[in-house]
Write a new protein. Structure first.
Length: 95
């Protein structure tokens, strides 16, 4: 992820419409979005407009590695997965 700007989000911010809009906007700008040690999101946007969104969940401070990496192909599904993850603590399964 070298060279990417990382934008911070607070826990719970993804639940608001403004937070979801900011999440999408930052990813479309080739920035990563991080919510502390809860999750990190980054996206690859292809020439045809398709997006591949990678969510990394649950940073393990002992190893400095994320416990799970999942992919989504829709911003709406990625936002829904992050909302569920923040609410329940259950790591999403991806698409």
């Amino acid at each position: 992820m070298a060279g990417r700007i990382t934008t911070a989000m607070a826990p719970g911010q993804i639940f608001t419409d403004a937070g979801a809009d900011s999440f999408r906007s930052e990813l479309l700008s080739a920035h990563a979005v991080r919510c502390g040690n809860l999750w990190l999101a980054q996206a690859t946007i292809y020439n045809d407009g398709a997006a591949e969104i990678e969510l990394l969940c649950s940073l393990n401070p002992m190893t400095d590695q994320w416990d799970a990496g999942i992919y989504y192909y829709s911003f709406e599904r990625a936002v829904a997965a992050l909302r569920e993850y923040e609410e329940t603590g259950n790591i999403p399964e991806g698409e």
